[in-house]
Every structure is written in structure tokens, then in C-alpha cells.
Design a protein around this ligand. Structure first.
Ligand SMILES: [Zn+2]
Ligand SMILES: [Zn+2]
Ligand SMILES: [Zn+2]
Length: 682
């Protein structure tokens, strides 16, 4: 399309007589709107902006398509006519039913070849953006298969900013849908295998950091990076710039960018890492009994109190357990059950499964013997033992139904809450962990307390990462909830690091979370020094000691998800900042919509862009407004009693300021809250 199309003058043309009426009319048209009008008139296609017009097209769909297709084929080399026909398709695509019908009729296969033609490119891309925003799985699959053509167009025309933005939006929706998935498999495994994600992602982040990048471009690029992280982690690891972008994103002022980079980083290790180890088993502990601690580690252990350290205690418990199951009273199910229940509050290894000790026979008898006594203490022991057995069987449904019974009787049963934290599905688990931490001391032990605290950290961190991608029922992005969860995880990690024994088997994982979350929450103000020297002796120093303790206990450092994430952040932090600080700053400005991209010199396609924009009935909403976040106010997203962060808390009906998980939390808090509540009302 010539730049001066709108001003084209009529003039003598020797070819005119050889041309059809249509070609001649179109050549003389002033702009795209007129071209489309001419083609529509020729085929008597009604005005597509009116309901009556659309209805007539539905009714005559086959005929309309046949006519348009034959025109398309007849004038294949005529840019204006082909562009005009695509313009009509584009208009029709604004309507959901027509859009589906057009896609079923092979519209996409007609659009892709047009990407090479300068005149038709914008029109084709505009339609693909529209289809991509509304399309279902089959449309996404069809577009994703053509990703190489889209990427080639991106590489061939980096100077066409509208083209760049359109293509990143299209890739984000189609390729994003194909490569995203759960930990089992990507949504579309075959397409996933065929795509060169390294080049797709590399090109995407390259454009995201350019001066011309709009909020729409950055949002969609971000979504593509996030969607790819789990099943395309190889692309990240083979392209240093991608990993650096993720790390640098943690310094963004924009919480959405920060959250999605954190999430992408964590997701990228799901498939390549091993699960965290359980605590050391009794056999291992007895085996290493007597091997002396190196002096500097012994000093750390002594500082905490060697007798309170986990390995010392666990050794004692292992012996008590062996006594209980082989000793004089091992046939008395009441005594045995009592001992096993006590040990369950002290160690992960209270129920050894051996041929000499068939759990399925022994445990039900122990539970029965305890229950038949009927005292509160015996009943509690029976509950603990039964829960432990259900955990051992991984009977999550059983745990849920029993927990209701047990808690109705004894709302202060820390072990029941602990069992609930182990069930898949994390929001209930987190609430249980927080409530368990509030249980009275005689129902809990240091071992159980730190298990509950660990689960509270892991669950809140996971939920925080997920909530950055969630919308509430009003379409608001739930960043505040996400931040409240991460704050809770970070606070609890500080408590754990300060209070848990240095040889707690989960100390390393909690230090990993602490380091990553400290950096994330500090964002633009973060500095690696914060994790080197903060927190008494510094999280990174503590991590080193924790690793040495683990080695001494002959338990190798595992390549877990938290380990890998923490290493990535620490290793790349300085380089990421150097390479990406300017890029992230620019993205922050765009995302906050403070500074729009500069107006670029008007180009030939601007008339087309304007026409296409006029034509769009609906604006797309997948690049939503940046929610305002007030970090200081986020404690309102936590239960006033148990501190559980949650998106659904109920207000105290008195002061309307305190917030609670449920009536139990409100009841438990009332003696503390009463005075404040009445003061607030009056
Ligand atoms: Zn979109
Ligand atoms: Zn609560
Ligand atoms: Zn109140």
C-alpha cells in the first residue's frame, strides 16, 4: 500500500481497460474503508456493524464465504483486493459465532501467507490478535503450529512496532496455551516438542525491553514467559539472558512483574529437581552416633543447646521407640498405643513398618484400647495415633473426615491440624498450619511446632506465587493477597531460622525461601548484602553451616526446587542487575502507565491502523489495569487471631476492623480483642 493512498489522484491508465471493474474501482478508492465498502457492495454483503446486517450474514454464511473466497483467489496478486477481503473477514471476526465459523472454514490458513505481504500484514495480524483473544483450544493449536512463521515475521520486521506487538500478543495466547500445563505434561505435547522456544522467548524479552514496548506488549510477553517456565525450562537454562531477566525482574517496582518472574523461576525447576528429603531415619542416626562433630559445628550446636538439637533428640526417640515395640509391655495395646502417640509428637518415625510389627493389625487395636478408657487424655492419644496412621497410608480423605470429628471434640489438637497441612490443596492446609501454631503448649512439642511452622512457610510461599496470576470476581488481579501470603511466609521463615535447632532437616529449605523472599519483597531496594549479613549471622552464612551439618549427618545436599531457585538468584543477581536494570526500569514505567511509549513518526500503515481500531467493537481486556498496592495495609489480609493470610476473611461485626478465618478464630481472640473492639465502636 503506497504511503499516499488517501491522496491518490485519478489519471489516465493504459491498463484500465484490461482490468475488471472491481480492480479499477479499488485502485481509485480512498483508503481501506472505501476498499472494503466496494467489495462489500459488489457481493451485497450488508453492514457488519448492525445486528440486522450480522443476521443476514449468518443466514447466508456459505454463500458469502464462497463469494469472498473466489474474489480472494481471483485477485490473489492484488494487494488491495486481498487486503480488503481480509478486512471483511476481520470485521466478521468481531462476532463470536461468525469468528468460529470462519475458523472452521480455514480462515487461518489464508491469513498466514499474507504476513509476507507488506500491505496485508497488519490486517492479517489484527485478525489473528482478535481470534487469539477469543479462540478456543483448537484455534490456539492451529496458530501455535505456525509460530515459526510468526517468529520469522518478527525477525524480518523488527522496525514495525505494531507488527511486533501484535505478534507477541498472538504468540502469548497460542504458544502460551500449547506449552503451559500441569506438572504431568504440556497442554499440547506434540506442538510443544516442535517449537524452538529458545528463539521465541529470547525474541520476546528482547522486544519487551525496547523503548517502543507498550504495556500490552510487556504484559503479554510476561505471560508467555510465565506459561513457558515449567515445560520449556531447557530454553531458560540454555539462554543466559532469559534466566537473567527472571532474576532482574525481582527488582521491578511493579509487583506483577516481580511476582511473575518469581513464579516462572520456581516453576522452571519443578521438573528438574528432586523432592526434599524427609528427616534422617532412626537407623541412620544410630549409625552416625558417636562420630564427633567438627569443632565449629559443635560450637553452633552448643550455642543452641546440644541436648535440644534435633539429631540428639531423635536418637533418644529412636531408642525409646525400639523399647516400646520390643519391650516388656509391647503386647499391651493400651501401653504401646500411649507410647506411640507420645513419640508421634516427637519424631517423624514413630510408626516403623516391619514384618515383625504389622501396623494394620497393631495400630487399630492400640487406638481401640486407648479409646475404650474414655478419659480426655487417652482419647487425645487415640486421635494422634489414628491421624499418624492415616498420614502413613496417605489417606487424605480419611484425614479430612476424621479431623472434623477430632477437632469438634478437641479444638486444640495440634497434631490434627498438622495432618491437615499435609493434604494436597494448600489454602486449607495453610489455615490448619496457622491454627496448629496457636494451639496450647500442652498439645504440642518443639518438633511439632517447627513442622507446623515449616508447612506454614511452604504453603504460604506457594500460594503467594499462585495468587499473582489470579483474578477475583470483579476482574481485579489479586496481587495484594499474593503479597500478604509472601509476607506471611517471610515472617514465619525468620521465626523458624531464629528458633529451630540448627540441625533441623528443613533448615536449608527454609533458608532458601528466606533468601529468595527477602530479595523479592525488598524488590528495587534489595541487595545481596541483606541475606549475607541480616538476621543475626546472615541467611547465607547460616545456609553454609546448615549444609555442613547436613554433610556431617551423611545426608547429601539435594538439588531441590528451593535450592535451585536460591542458587539462581544469588549466582546471577549482580550480572542480572548490570544487564537488565535499564530494561526493567523501562518496563516499570510502561506497566505503571505513567510514561507511554513515545509517538513514533507517522508511517504508511497508520491510516490502516486507525481504520482497524475504528472497526474494533470491543477492546481486549487481558492486559488489565495495574492494581494499586499498599503494602502497609496488607495485615488486613490476615486473620487477627491466627495470622492466616487469606482472600476470604470475615470482619468482626462489632468493630468491623478485626478479621477472622472463622468463628473459632474469632472466639479464641475475643478475650484479647474485647477491649479494643468496644473502644473502636464507642
Ligand atoms: Zn491478550
Ligand atoms: Zn484464623
Ligand atoms: Zn471487633
Amino acid at each position: 500500500m503506497p504511503a499516499n493512498r488517501g491522496r491518490k489522484k485519478k489519471g489516465p491508465n493504459v491498463k484500465r481497460s484490461l482490468q475488471s471493474d472491481l480492480a479499477r474501482d479499488v485502485e481509485n478508492a480512498r483508503g481501506w474503508a472505501e476498499i472494503v465498502q466496494i467489495i462489500r457492495d459488489q457481493h451485497q454483503i450488508p453492514d457488519l456493524f448492525t445486528k440486522a446486517g450480522l443476521k443476514r450474514v449468518y443466514l447466508n454464511f456459505d454463500q458469502v464465504i464462497r463469494q469472498l473466497d473466489s474474489t480472494f483467489q481471483k485477485y490473489e496478486d492484488n494487494d488491495e483486493i486481498v487486503g480488503g477481503v481480509v478486512g471483511i473477514y476481520t470485521q466478521m471476526c468481531e462476532d463470536a459465532v461468525l469468528r468460529t465459523k470462519l475458523c472452521e472454514n480455514g480462515l487461518l490458513s489464508r491469513l498466514f501467507p499474507l504476513l509476507e505481504r507488506d500491505v496485508c500484514r497488519q490486517m492479517a495480524l489484527h485478525t489473528l490478535v482478535n481470534i487469539g483473544h477469543h479462540g478456543g483450544t483448537s484455534v490456539h493449536a492451529e496458530v501455535a503450529r505456525q509460530a515459526p512463521i510468526l517468529v520469522q515475521t518478527l525477525l524480518d520486521h523488527p522496525e514495525e512496532h505494531q507488527t511486533v506487538e501484535h505478534i507477541i500478543v498472538i504468540l502469548s495466547h497460542s504458544v502460551g496455551a500449547a506449552v503451559n500445563g500441569d506438572s504431568q505434561a504440556p497442554e499440547m505435547p506434540e506442538i510443544h516438542r516442535s517449537l524452538d522456544m529458545r528463539i521465541i522467548l529470547k525474541t520476546t524479552i528482547h522486544h519487551m525491553r525496547q523503548l517502543y514496548a507498550s504495556k500490552t506488549l510487556i504484559d503479554h510477553g510476561n505471560q508467555l514467559v510465565f506459561a513457558s517456565a515449567m515445560h520449556c525450562s531447557a530454553a531458560f537454562r540454555s539462554e543466559p539472558d532469559l534466566d537473567k531477566f527472571l532474576v532482574a525482574g525481582l527488582k521491578s517496582k511493579n509487583w506483577g512483574l516481580r511476582g511473575s518472574c518469581l513464579g516462572a523461576m520456581i516453576r522452571s525447576y519443578i521438573l528438574s529437581t528432586v523432592p526434599d528429603r524427609p528427616a534422617l531415619g532412626p537407623a541412620q542416626l544410630i549409625q552416625i552416633f558417636g562420630s564427633a562433630w567438627p569443632p565449629h559445628l559443635l560450637e553452633v550446636m552448643n550455642q543452641y543447646g546440644l541436648s535440644r538439637c534435633q539429631s540428639t533428640q531423635q536418637r533418644g526417640h529412636a531408642m525409646a521407640l525400639s523399647d516400646a515395640i520390643t519391650g516388656a509391655h509391647s503386647r499391651d495395646h493400651y501401653i504401646l498405643g500411649g507410647k506411640l502417640a507420645d513419640l508421634t509428637l516427637l519424631t517423624e518415625f514413630s510408626l516403623p513398618a516391619t514384618p515383625m510389627f504389622p501396623l494394620s493389625e497393631i495400630i487399630p487395636r492400640c487406638v481401640e484400647a486407648l479409646r475404650s478408657r474414655g478419659t480426655a487424655a487417652d482419647t487425645n492419644k487415640a486421635d494422634i495415633l489414628e491421624m499418624k496412621y492415616l498420614i502413613k497410608l496417605q489417606d487424605w480423605d480419611g484425614i479430612k473426615s476424621k479431623a472434623q470429628q477430632f477437632l469438634a471434640r478437641n479444638p486444640d489438637s495440634a497434631y490434627t491440624f498438622y495432618a491437615l497441612t499435609l493434604r494436597p490443596g494448600s489454602e486449607d492446609g495453610l489455615r490448619a498450619a496457622k491454627k496448629g501454631l496457636k494451639c496450647k503448649e500442652n498439645n504440642t512439642t518443639p518438633y511439632l511446632y517447627f513442622q507446623l511452622l515449616r508447612r506454614a512457610i511452604e504453603l504460604a510461599a506457594d500460594l503467594g506465587v499462585c495468587y499473582f496470576q489470579e483474578y477475583d470476581q470483579h476482574g481485579r488481579m489479586m496481587w495484594e493477597e499474593a503479597i500478604a501470603f509472601l509476607m506471611s511466609a517471610l515472617e514465619d521463615s525468620k521465626t523458624f531460622i531464629e528458633q529451630a535447632p540448627p540441625d533441623n532437616p528443613y533448615m536449608m529449605a527454609i533458608l532458601h525461601w528466606n533468601i529468595v523472599l527477602t530479595i523479592t519483597m525488598e524488590g528495587p531496594n534489595a541487595d545481596l548484602k541483606m541475606v549475607e549479613v541480616g538476621l543475626r549471622s546472615g541467611a547465607r552464612n547460616k545456609l553454609k553451616i546448615s549444609e555442613e551439618i547436613s554433610e556431617h549427618l551423611r545426608s547429601p545436599i539435594l538439588h531441590t526446587q528451593t535450592y535451585a531457585t536460591q542458587m539462581l538468584v544469588v549466582d546471577l543477581y549482580a550480572e542480572a542487575e548490570k544487564d537488565w536494570a535499564a530494561g526493567i526500569k523501562l518496563m516499570d514505567e510502561r506497566l505503571d502507565e505513567q510514561i507511554p511509549p513515545p509517538d513514533f513518526p507517522k508511517k504508511a500503515e497508520d491510516e490502516l491502523t486507525a481504520w482497524l481500531n475504528d472497526m474494533s467493537l470491543k477492546r481486549f481486556t487481558c492486559s488489565s489495569a495495574t492494581p494499586k498496592v499498599n503494602v502497609k495495609d496488607l495485615w488486613y489480609k490476615q486473620c487477627s487471631w491466627c495470622r492466616n493470610p487469606s482472600a476470604v476473611l470475615r470482619k468482626c461485626s462489632g468493630c468491623e476492623s478485626a478479621r477472622y478465618c472463622d468463628s473459632q478464630c474469632q472466639k479464641a481472640h475475643w478475650s484479647n480483642h474485647k477491649k479494643e473492639c468496644k473502644a473502636r465502636i464507642s
